[in-house]
Design a protein around this ligand. Structure first.
Ligand code: FES
Length: 109
């Protein structure tokens, strides 16, 4: 592997300090963070973080897994539980929502 250094570059595209851009989960007053994984739902990320988020159907029907995105966006595969107003307010079905990028998810809202 070759590493190239350029003296012309004023701002390097590296961002080691920006590695905190994963999935941040707030649940029962605790906060955990895990790196993003392609295709992983927020619910799966929360479990991987060692948390015990609420869920039931895991099919997008019941709304038990609902949480609020306080930062970032996610795409829901199925949404048969939330109405448009709730989605606009940032609520997401975490069993169906895959982060589009770094997100902060609050189950306590
Ligand atoms: S667990 Fe039922 S909608 Fe997510």
């Amino acid at each position: 592997m070759t590493v190239q250094m350029s003296s012309d570059t004023e701002t390097a595209p590296t961002s080691a300090s920006n590695d905190d851009g994963g999935v941040t989960i707030q649940l029962d007053g605790k906060t955990a963070q895990v790196p993003l994984r392609d295709g992983e739902t927020i619910l799966e990320a929360a479990r991987r973080a060692g948390m015990t988020p609420p869920f039931s159907c895991e099919a997008g029907n019941c709304g038990t897994c609902m949480a609020k995105l306080t930062s970032g966006t996610a795409t829901m595969r199925v949404n048969d539980a939330l109405d448009d107003d709730e989605v606009e307010e940032g609520y997401v079905l975490t069993c169906q929502g895959t982060p589009d990028g770094p997100v902060v998810v609050d189950y306590d809202c």
